[in-house]
Design a protein around this ligand. Sequence first.
Ligand code: GLN
Length: 249
Amino acid sequence: MRVVVGHLYPDYLNIYADRGNIAVLTARAAWRRLELDVREIGPGEPTLAAEIDLYYVGGGQDREQALIAPDLAARGPELGEAVAGGAALLAVCGGYQLLGRFYRDRYGAELPGAGVFPLHTVAGERRMIGDVLLECELEPGERRTLAGFENHAGRTYLDEGAEPLGRVVAGFGNDGESGYEGCRAGRALGTYLHGPLLPRNPWLADWLLAQAVARRSGEPPVLDPLSDDLELKAHAVAAARARSRGGRH
Ligand code: GLN
């Protein structure tokens, strides 16, 4: 079976090894005899909404965000329809911010967003940097943790009633105050977690792959378990570091 991934702006939004998330998805798909077909989508190139099962966008500095924001905002309606139609999506940091309504940088310049997530972001003076640990429940009754690294000036505010990705156990998260991190809209996830995120959180990579398959098959399949010893060790190290050093929470 083929899973088509749309990698948005790989040449602009790719810091802290965010591209590594694509490598993890590719390997974990192959180990389940799923072929991952990655389409790179740059400025001015088609969104391919009829073909894409999973969209991915990484993080970036304000300068790179400013270079692609108008192009991404123009795709907003198409991406919103694709997600409403069952496409999965993972957006990291700068990409996550620009999938909200807008990102206002610390000089007050407002970058338009795609409006896929019910949120907006305003940069503050002090950057929120460090290891992060979250508690998530993407499937009812299945409590899991996510460990990663954050570095952002943006404070992200979810709309009333919007669903966060997880509760902050250690770290700053969306705004350093609310105690929540990220956003979830169906199969679309946004997060500040770099690292890259997926190598040390293999369960999330599998969740995204299953959601991507479900866009075509209807139901998320139960993927064959893999021996994730190394990944789980990396998770444990990152989680311990977050607990010992994480931000205010
Ligand atoms: N430039 C944005 C901020 O500083 C996003 C940074 C990032 O992607 N790490 O908040």
